[in-house]
Design a protein around this ligand. Structure first.
Ligand code: TIU
Length: 231
């Protein structure tokens, strides 16, 4: 079934069977007050506004049978997969691997590294640990998508101009059609968020498409009502 989602720069067509919802790095360390993000002086409420719309999109994607993939940025406890340049960047007194308020910062297995309770993955949903900003770099994401016949990505999560943008660019170069949901992505910098979204849809969709979550939800509601998949 092809759904037509009104989007910029033009309609985005998708079939839930060949589309994956990608939820980027909705981790406690980026989103929760007192975590790594707020420790760096950021206003995490700018990111938290993505949670409620993303919960609705996640529920609708699950009901439609869409593939759901969650990502987490972080590293092995011995930090062997963290480039020294990344560890050194920023000259932070409390950076990656250091003890932070929610455990060692961006280290796998630590409380702060995990996904927030409001968007917790369920059985059958892949959780992809990535060492970089892009979800394709040094992961098996492309293999998982190709094996499942996925051609289109709905990209959500944080932050708009960093991990979301990098992932959309990586996906676009690999031939995936990417729709970014404007209210389901967020940045610590509102101006970067706004311009980041414009950059995706500019030049005829140079990196992909942008739409509010309601535009997708209205179409998915038609699918679940028609098929009864939500019952
Ligand atoms: N997930 C992600 O975007 N990682 C970051 O480090 N983002 C910042 O904006 N710092």
């Amino acid at each position: 079934m092809t759904l037509v989602v009104p989007a910029a720069p033009y309609d985005f067509e998708l079939d839930p069977a060949t589309t994956a919802l990608i939820i980027i790095d909705m981790q406690r360390d980026f989103l929760e007050p007192g975590g790594f993000g707020s420790l760096l002086g950021n206003d995490v409420s700018l990111l938290q506004r993505t949670i409620a719309p993303l919960q609705d999109v996640l529920a609708a994607a699950r009901a439609s049978g869409m593939t759901v993939i969650h990502t987490r940025e972080g590293h092995r406890p011995d930090l062997t997969d963290a480039p020294p340049a990344k560890l050194a960047r920023g000259n932070l007194s409390c950076g990656i691997g250091d003890p932070g308020p929610f455990g060692r910062i961006l280290v796998r297995g630590e409380h702060g590294h995990d996904i927030i309770d409001d968007l917790a993955p369920i059985d059958g949903e892949a959780v992809l640990d990535k060492p970089g900003k892009g979800a394709f770099y040094a992961t098996d994401l492309e293999l998982m998508l190709r094996n499942r016949g996925i051609t289109r990505l709905i990209v959500t999560g944080v932050t708009t101009e960093v991990c979301v943008h990098t992932t959309v660019r990586e996906g676009n170069d690999r031939g995936f059609e990417c729709l970014v949901l404007s209210d389901c992505v967020g940045s610590y910098f509102p101006e970067f968020h706004e311009v980041g979204l414009k950059m995706i849809a500019a030049q005829g969709g140079i990196f992909g498409w942008v739409a509010p979550s309601t535009a997708l939800l209205e179409q998915l509601a038609v699918t679940t009502t028609t098929t009864g998949a939500h019952r």
